[in-house]
Design a protein around this ligand. Structure first.
Ligand SMILES: Nc1ncnc2c1ncn2[C@@H]1O[C@H](COP(=O)(O)OP(=O)(O)OP(=O)(O)O)[C@@H](O)[C@H]1O
Ligand SMILES: [Mg+2]
Length: 258
């Protein structure tokens, strides 16, 4: 593996399907493996920060300051040391940043320019937790990262919407090979509906190697998130599921278009 910084966005246009959960667990899993990770919270509800135990009272500066105050704020004034090897860049007012971005002509290099300090940092990975739906901030994230991780909830509406991500990439002039992993989430082995939808996902991706093992629906995952902890800190069995994803991730080359 090359030692280059690798950048991933966790993205899917659908809401509530596990983007923040997967972003946080992948980031923590990589950190536990000894990789230096910067997790960027670009979800307007700050769920990634909350899942790691940080509320807006825990930080004064955030990505908002970098975005609006331009060169005057350093990345390192805004990050929170969240866990060993894992830093968090929280955000505020993603809605306002998004509005600002409509005026931005250089959207494809926007995040690179705003986060220049990342390039010379010690980080091995940048993981961006994106909010749902198409937005200017998600456009900017897609241009910034090398690859994306797409969680798909194993239920009919989510599964039917898989094609949207391809459309989104194509509209931005980006290649679908940016999709590095597709992670079926909230798989419930007790229901035939879940099994049928997982089969559909398997069929859909049968010609490629992006599909991972499913993450099962586990109450522990919901509970620990609410408590501001990851399953790496509370439930070995649930954590093992994310280890599979992390394992796949470290073997992915970071080139944007292969
Ligand atoms: N595998 C799972 N098992 C049980 N609960 C889960 C699982 N994955 C996610 N959840 C829970 O489902 C809810 C939605 O997950 P999450 O916030 O990660 O989704 P999201 O796609 O980031 O949502 P949004 O679109 O609002 O940003 C959360 O309460 C989370 O704890
Ligand atoms: Mg989220």
């Amino acid at each position: 593996m090359d030692g280059r910084l690798k950048k991933f966005a966790v993205l899917n246009n659908k809401g509530g399907i596990g983007k923040s959960t997967i972003a946080v667990h992948v980031a923590h899993g990589l950190a536990i493996k000894g990789k230096k990770v910067l997790l960027i919270d670009m979800d307007g509800q700050n769920d990634a920060s909350l899942f790691l135990g940080f509320t807006s009272e825990d930080y004064k500066k955030s990505f908002y300051n970098i975005a609006v105050e331009n060169e005057r704020v350093s990345l390192f004034e805004c990050i929170i040391h969240a866990r060993e090897n894992l830093d968090l860049l929280p955000s505020r007012r993603i809605d306002l940043i998004n509005l600002e971005l409509y005026k931005e002509h250089n959207i494809s290099s926007y995040l690179f320019n705003k986060l220049k300090e990342v390039e010379s940092s010690a980080y091995d990975y940048v993981i961006i937790d994106c909010g749902p739906q198409r937005s200017r901030i998600n456009d900017a994230a897609l241009y910034y990262v090398d690859k994306i991780i797409v969680p798909v909830q194993v239920e009919a509406a989510s599964v039917r919407a898989i094609g949207n991500i391809y459309e989104y990439l194509s509209d931005l002039g980006l290649d679908s090979t940016m999709i590095s992993l597709v992670v079926p989430n909230m798989y419930d082995e007790r229901t035939s509906d879940s099994k049928e939808n997982l089969e559909f996902v398997k069929e859909f991706f049968s010609g490629s190697d992006v599909l991972t093992e499913p993450i099962y629906r586990r109450v522990k995952i919901t509970e620990t998130g609410k408590l501001g902890r990851t399953v790496y800190e509370s439930d070995r069995e649930a954590a093992r599921q994310f280890d599979h994803i992390v394992e796949r991730l470290v073997n992915i080359d970071g080139n944007k278009r292969q």
